[in-house]
Design a protein around this ligand. Structure first.
Ligand code: PLP
Length: 397
């Protein structure tokens, strides 16, 4: 095996989800907080567009490697509608989900040894994708005391002459943190001042709660435009994780280079899925408004119940669909005859003892935390967190 591929670890979030699903399939009453996907079906009008496309032989063929021209146009229009950011369809590359968008974008701009600043807790795919593209991830850790938001001072302390890119994601996976306009602007201006590229992951743009607001970085800081890459997709907004449609928006030459890469690696995204994505991004946002309401309700329930547990502290997430509680105070305590020393061990204990799947913070670069997705039914959510409450109430010194 090559050193490059051998060094990649399995996606911990997918692994937890797979384990929970396998236990469930074996008849165990497992409740899974591992998955990063909405529990709702894809809205009907999107499914209908795909059914129609399936019946039309035109959609049985290859599309251009970079995506259907109609979809690129629809993505450009959607970006203007939702973010106020004007781009040309030639600046859009349609990818196999946000994951491929991230890899293709990094592969297009990184040379060996180039450093990418990655705020932590980070989504588990970012560092692997950066390394795979030859880059070096440089972590900047923010903890619960700042709501998991990094400061310009922290970013500046991590900057070296090899720093090429800042990765920015708001709302964030795994913490649900959303940067306020002022903080986001300060970070964008700092990046622009130092001539850095910014890769901004906007996949959770429509999932913000309360007073939190999503703002697109290149709109806040127009000076970033020529060095800004946006990653987005239909997965989270339209409950379309399985359809695999995402996109990159960036300067034309970068998009062209990333398209060349994709033309050899995977070619076009499923033509039928692209037809569905056209319906998604050009339709209204009513379905996501409904989902947002449900997520918001579940968010409040989950955070309240988690904070009722002695030794657990969970800042209120303002976006996405994850809670990221600190469990540091529980580590080393005795629970049912075991003394978990790490969040990996605690997550394993929770799965073994009460059949609830959560992802340990180690997967996101910050041991001592757990990630729980609240994208599951209300009843299961309450049952799952109640089981955790009961188990952790047994912790003793
Ligand atoms: C922050 C973030 N970006 C991108 C993605 C990629 O989503 P997909 O590849 O399913 O489009 C995810 C999925 O979990 C995510 O959480």
């Amino acid at each position: 095996m090559s050193a490059r591929i051998g060094a990649i670890s399995e996606s911990a979030t997918l692994a937890v989800d797979a384990k929970a699903k396998a236990l469930k399939a074996a008849g165990r009453p497992v409740i899974g907080f591992g998955a990063g996907e909405p529990d709702f079906p894809t809205p009907d009008y999107i499914v209908e567009a795909a059914v129609e496309a399936c019946r039309d032989p035109k959609f049985h063929r290859y599309t251009p490697a970079g995506g259907l021209p109609e979809l690129k146009k629809a993505v450009a229009e959607k970006t203007l509608r939702d973010s106020g950011y004007e781009v040309d369809p030639s600046q859009v590359l349609v990818t196999n989900g946000g994951k491929q968008a991230i890899y293709n974008a990094f592969a297009a701009i990184l040379d060996p040894g180039d450093e990418v600043i990655v705020p932590a807790p980070y989504w588990t795919t970012y560092p692997e994708s950066i390394r795979l593209a030859g880059g070096v991830p440089v972590e900047v850790v923010a903890d619960e005391t700042t709501g998991y938001r990094v400061s310009v001072e922290q970013l500046e302390a991590a900057r070296t002459e090899r720093t090429k890119v800042l990765l920015f994601v708001s709302p964030s996976n795994p913490t649900g943190a959303v940067y306020g306009e002022e903080d986001a602007k300060a970070i964008g201006e700092w990046a622009a001042e130092h001539g850095l590229w910014v890769l901004t992951d906007e996949i959770y743009e429509h999932l913000v709660y309360g007073d939190a607001k999503f703002t697109s970085l290149p709109v806040l800081v127009p000076a970033l435009r020529d060095k800004c890459i946006i990653v987005n997709g239909v997965a989270k907004t339209y409950a379309m994780t399985g359809w695999r449609v995402g996109w990159v928006i960036g300067p034309q030459d970068v998009v062209k280079a990333a398209t060349n890469l994709q033309s050899h690696a995977t070619s076009n995204v499923s033509n039928v899925a692209q037809a569905a994505a056209i319906a998604a991004v050009s339709g209204d946002l009513d379905a996501v408004a409904e989902m947002r309401k449900a997520f918001d309700r579940r968010r409040q329930t989950m955070v309240r119940m988690l904070n009722e547990i002695d030794g657990v502290f969970c800042p209120v997430p303002e976006g996405a669909f994850y809670a990221y509680p600190s469990v540091k105070e529980l580590l080393g305590k005795e629970i049912r005859g075991k003394r978990p020393q790490t969040s990996v061990e605690l997550a394993a204990l929770i799965l073994d003892e009460v059949e609830v799947a959560v992802v340990p913070g180690e997967a996101f670069g910050t041991p001592g935390y757990l990630r729980l997705s609240y994208a599951l039914g209300d009843e299961d959510l309450v049952e799952g967190v109640s089981r955790i409450q009961k188990l952790l109430a047994e912790a003793k010194a």
